[in-house]
Design a protein around this ligand. Structure first.
Ligand code: SAH
Ligand code: SF4
Length: 391
């Protein structure tokens, strides 16, 4: 492999508006150019300087020489579930592959349609949960904030083209967001900045395997984002196996940190619990989870495990899931059973396997559901039909 590869240009979506403003000012551009560049980047979600039609040609050329407008090199999209789910495989500048998933929830009486994108924060993951396909891949590298935000810009641009809009973002794709927390916070801030992507903060969910210092940092920041904690076991001996980072940050410390986040933000914490047949689904397990979470501002989501190629573990039978849920409910812990869909593409929040080598599992769609109950974002500028087909 060549070791003299040129460093890629910085990506525009990784810059703060003040940095873009300074660059424009340096070129003697009038003040309104900033608004134009931000609108093309974050409202129209374009990926080439040439698509910024309201800018003079020389400025577009200058821009293209200085920055990349898109941090993603190319993307392959696969539909599934009669179009309700779509998976994207994104290739990044260094050849790293990451996946994101778009999930459409059609509207119904009393509930507006939503489109949720599930994005990756790392290529691979170092945590190594044994039931997770991403964990099996191991860690390749962190994504930077532009690479994270551009997964959202990718889907937003397609939605704009088709007359729809993106309503929710969940960090439940590849990787552990709180082990890449600087880039994740920067991306979430760009996505919720009214001068940039402008998504309502309540429409963002961060899912973590339980990185205590990261949860504490978020609690101090007090964002309106939903925190989802991947619990999967109430007792440490079992959680040490299912979520190996529990050896570093034991479950009691994770729940205490999450409770601080709930107090600081007033936001209910979601606890994700993947139900694995005969592994973590007994009455004893339910009693331990109930004892851990009773009295907390918390909600448990039970998710039957999606089978993955590298383990013989299987989802708990429906009756077991129901019994587990009933026990939690009797103990006063709010609980929901989530369903799965999109199995044929292995699109998956939390179990993505970028690359050609996978035999893929199904998809956890509704793991993100608690974040999805609030009303959609305010309307954004109308779609520009000139952007059709640019991806
Ligand atoms: N690393 C973070 C976020 C990505 S994983 C975390 O672990 O929270 C997102 C969710 O998908 C987690 O709750 C994870 O436990 C879950 N998940 C992973 N593999 C799964 C599988 N095979 N079946 C069901 N859920 C799975
Ligand atoms: Fe990493 Fe989350 Fe998968 Fe665990 S479940 S290996 S933390 S992506």
């Amino acid at each position: 492999m060549a070791d003299h590869v040129e460093a890629p240009l910085p990506a525009l979506s990784g810059l703060e508006p003040a940095e873009v403003a300074a660059w424009l000012l340096d070129r003697g551009e009038p003040g309104y150019r900033l608004r134009q560049v931000l609108a093309w980047t974050w409202e129209q979600c374009v990926t080439e300087a040439d698509q910024m039609r309201t800018l003079p040609a020389r400025l577009r050329d200058d821009l293209a020489r200085t920055y990349r407008v898109g941090a993603i090199v190319d993307t392959d999209v696969q539909p599934a579930d009669r179009g309700l789910t779509e998976k994207a495989l994104h290739r990044l500048v260094d050849g790293a592959l990451v996946e994101s998933v778009l999930m459409h929830y059609p509207g119904r009486p009393g509930r507006r349609a939503r489109s949720t994108v599930c994005i990756s924060s790392q290529a691979g993951c170092a945590v190594g949960c044994p039931f997770c396909a991403t964990g099996e891949l191991g860690f390749r590298r962190h994504l930077d904030s532009a690479e994270i935000a551009d997964q959202v810009r990718f889907w937003a641009q397609r939605l704009i083209r088709d007359g729809g809009r993106l309503t929710n973002v969940v960090f439940m794709g590849m990787g552990e967001p709180l082990l890449n927390i600087d880039a994740v916070i920067a991306a979430a801030q760009a996505l919720t900045d009214p001068a940039r992507f402008g998504l309502g903060g309540r429409h963002i969910t961060l899912s973590t395997a339980g990185v205590v210092p990261g949860i504490e940092r978020l609690a101090n920041l007090r964002p309106p984002w939903t925190l989802a904690v991947s619990l999967h076991a109430g007792r440490s001996e079992l959680r040490d196996v299912l979520v190996p980072i529990n050896r570093r940050y034991p479950v009691a410390a994770v729940v205490a940190a999450a409770a601080r986040y709930a107090r600081a933000t007033g936001r209910r914490v979601s606890y994700e619990y993947v139900m694995i047949d005969g592994v973590n689904d007994t009455d004893r397990d339910a009693a331990e989870v109930a004892a851990l979470l009773r009295g907390h501002l918390a909600h448990v989501n039970l998710i039957p495990m999606n089978p993955v190629a590298h383990t013989a573990w299987r989802p708990s039978p429906a009756a077991r899931v129901a019994a587990f849920a009933a026990r939690l409910a009797r103990a006063g812990v709010p609980v929901t059973i989530r369903r799965t869909r999109g199995e044929e593409i292995g699109a998956a929040c939390g179990q993505l396997v970028a690359g050609a080598h996978e035999r893929s599992p199904g998809i956890i769609i509704e793991a993100a559901e608690p974040a999805l109950r609030t009303s959609p974002r305010p309307s954004r500028r109308a779609a520009d039909p000139a952007k059709r087909g640019s991806h």
